[in-house]
Design a protein around this ligand. Structure first.
Ligand code: IMP
Length: 182
């Protein structure tokens, strides 16, 4: 096995571009949530790198919690079925919740999680996603904060995986087609 960069077809978003955008989102969120002590709910595993960079750009008091849902199971297409496999540790009743997603593709995952959170009586729920693929949307989802809109192509890096690999690439990229045939 060689280096992972040999599997990369094209870099869609560079390290520099992502850093600049995360800084901008951090500033916007800090301005809009000042004094509200929001809780950032990060969806494992894809959003953790985005979350960790975003948190360090925030100038406000906040807390963090995690949820996990069943994923694509080594495929690049959604099964359309979302299942909660790990729940929050803390109560979110009366809290301002920001759901932190790596990517909103069909919108089914974000929609499902937003509904699960809403049932627990938070003060508010908004979605913050690094990436969005508007052309793939099956469910209309309002994302208050979106880093980048990208074409309907499978991407990896900056937390996003293919078959649990490539999460550690510091940029967002597409993979060579032979990778999917292995
Ligand atoms: P959705 O439910 O179709 O919106 O998909 C959401 C989840 O699918 C994301 O949180 C990712 O884990 C995964 N996903 C969707 N598109 C991609 C992609 O292009 N690369 C890697 N993971 C993806």
């Amino acid at each position: 096995m060689g280096e992972i960069k040999e599997d990369i077809k094209e870099i869609l978003l560079s390290k520099r571009k992502i850093k600049k955008k995360v800084k901008k989102l951090g500033k916007q969120i800090s301005d809009e949530y000042r004094g509200k002590n929001p809780v950032f709910v990060s969806i494992l595993k894809g959003s953790v790198i985005f979350l960790s960079d975003l948190l360090r750009e925030l100038k406000i008091e906040c807390s963090v919690d995690f949820m996990a849902v069943s994923s694509y199971n080594e495929k690049t297409e959604s099964s359309g079925v979302v299942k909660l496999i790990m729940d929050l540790r803390e109560s979110i009743e009366g809290r301002h919740v920001l759901l932190v997603e790596d990517i909103v593709d069909t919108g089914l995952t974000a929609g499902y999680l937003r509904d699960v959170i809403r049932m627990r009586n938070p003060e508010s729920v908004e979605i913050c996603t690094l990436l969005s693929k508007p052309a793939a949307r099956e469910l209309h989802i309002e994302c208050r904060y979106t880093g980048f809109e990208i074409p309907d192509e499978y991407v990896v890096g900056y937390g996003l995986d293919y078959s649990e690999k490539y999460r550690n690439i510091p940029y967002i990229a597409t993979l060579k087609s032979e990778v999917y045939r292995r």
